[in-house]
Design a protein around this ligand. Structure first.
Ligand code: GLN
Length: 487
């Protein structure tokens, strides 16, 4: 029987009982990829040699107790193609990095390798992680496992689809404004964005450095907590890495929510929500109440400013980060007689439309004469948004709300960039404030998954997992698999 669709915890237990080997789990993952990826396009590259080597290594680690095999030892994982793996193609979904092979490995990936995890391949994503549907990838769109005509969300759509389709039990993405939580919501899986600074950004291709965070996708809250714990922790190679020790995310997993105070931000339940999303999330909040939490409405009045603030700050940082793609140092080069023309033609042909739009927005916002009006003001609003969260967390322990205002939409259905940006209205404020947040399955609307978002104060990542685990334990939604998972 194939292991496709099992949790990592179930796979790890089977490995320890000797019922399966890392090589067999890897073979199952590959079989599922080759059966489904011609329609899903979740993977941009397979890292076959690395996977084989790691399966060997895991076998050894599992055999010898002294090697301290952890929970991800021998478990197949997938990596968003913005995470550098030495010697393997890393494109960030962009033409401009088509032939780029990084000379070093991201810290998060190195920690997975050290833990004996088995990286199967690199997943498709919006170009440089800019988007909410994975339609901005230079390498084709990705199908949603629940309906291949629909988008998986984005920008980490390939990572979400790879777990949703049972190709791997764990994958990693990045979340700058919602790119882990929103695709998790649309693909019916768990997706966790850690507190900013918890997971090293070293070796992560930068989009907006003050917002970017690496985090996992999984079928269960426990798997997500384990997958987070393996990659979390201080890294001297990332100057924004948090120094404090990581609280064990598994420590509070079974504590329940009795006596906890949960807030529902009024602004997150407003007009923009689809009816089905509102109903499922309202029911989920009732479940948490029945489990003994007290639930109250709270207000984050500046929520509506989140999107406009983000769309100054993120493009500003993007325009600066992407200046390095000049056709000289990395990837693609369109050779022209003069250096300036080489820069211009390389960037013109190498970048897609959304990336160009962001570079122009950011360059404009940072230009002299406009800096104060846009960038400086956006930074002030960012502070206001963060303080509103601080104030609310004086009275409640965590927030619960929808992740995405809508379920997965049909590929090609949204053409207007601003309409696309609205998909992240409920996830972006969390990034602006640097908070941890999770999305977990809470039911279906028109047979498409709906996600519940849980948000906690900075560094209270364990609390996010506690609330999410309590909800999950009381419901069955996390057990549902897309019909295509089983052959
Ligand atoms: N969709 C948002 C954007 O396009 C967020 C992307 C992300 O989190 N990487 O910027």
């Amino acid at each position: 029987m194939s292991s496709a669709g099992l949790t990592a915890a179930a796979m790890a237990a089977a490995l320890r009982r000797g019922e399966v080997t890392p090589q067999e789990l890897l073979a199952d993952a590959r079989a599922q990829v080759s059966r489904l990826d011609s329609s899903l396009n979740a993977f941009l590259a397979l890292t076959d040699d690395l996977a084989d080597r790691q399966a060997e290594r895991a076998t050894e680690m599992l055999r010898d107790d002294r090697l301290g095999a952890g929970p991800l030892c021998g478990i197949p994982v997938a990596l968003k193609d913005v995470l550098c793996v030495e010697g393997y193609p890393t494109t960030a979904g962009s033409r401009i990095l088509e032939n780029f092979r990084p000379p070093y490995t991201a810290t998060a990936v190195q920690r997975l390798i050290d833990a004996g995890a088995v990286p199967v391949g690199k997943t498709n994503c919006d170009e440089f992680a800019m988007g909410s549907s994975t339609e901005n990838s230079a390498y084709g769109t990705v199908g949603n496992p629940w309906d291949v005509e629909r988008v998986p969300g984005g920008s980490s759509g390939g990572s979400a689809a790879a777990v949703g389709a049972g190709m791997v039990p764990i994958s990693y993405g990045t979340d700058t404004g919602g790119s882990i939580r929103q695709p998790a919501s649309l693909c019916g899986v768990v997706g966790f964005k850690p507190t900013y600074g918890r997971v090293s950004r070293y070796g992560l291709i930068a989009f907006a450095s003050s917002l970017d965070q690496v985090g996992p996708f999984a079928h269960s809250v426990e798997d997500a907590a384990v997958a987070y714990a393996v990659v979390a922790g201080n890294d001297p190679r990332d100057s924004t890495s948090v120094i404090d020790a990581v609280e064990d995310p598994l420590s509070a997993l079974r504590d329940g929510v009795r006596g906890m105070r949960l807030g529902v931000p009024r602004e997150y339940m407003g007009d923009g929500l689809e009816a089905g999303v509102r109903e499922r999330v309202t029911e989920a909040i009732r479940v948490l109440e029945e489990l003994g939490a007290t639930v109250e409405e709270v207000s984050l009045p500046s929520t509506e400013l989140g999107l406009s603030t983000y769309y100054i700050i993120a493009p500003a940082e993007c325009s600066s980060n992407l200046a390095r793609y000049d056709g000289v140092r990395f990837g693609m080069r369109v050779e022209r007689p003069s250096l300036t023309e080489t820069y211009l033609r390389t960037r013109d042909q190498g970048f897609g439309n959304e990336v160009k739009r962001r570079v122009m927005l950011g360059t404009y916002a940072l230009s002299s004469g406009y800096y104060d009006a846009y960038y400086r003001r956006a930074q002030k609003v960012r502070t206001v948004i963060a303080r509103e969260f601080d104030a609310v967390f004086e009275t409640v322990d965590a927030l619960v709300c929808p992740t995405s205002p809508k379920v997965a939409f049909t590929t090609g259905a949204i053409q207007d960039p601003v309409e696309m940006y609205l998909n992240d209205a409920l996830t972006i404020p969390v990034n602006l404030a640097g908070l941890p947040g999770i999305s977990l399955p809470c039911g279906f609307s028109d047979e498409l998954p709906v996600g519940l978002q849980v948000i906690a104060p900075r560094l209270q990542d364990a609390r996010v997992f506690r609330v999410a685990a309590a909800y999950e334990a009381a419901t069955e939604w996390h057990r549902h698999r897309a019909p295509l998972v089983a052959a």
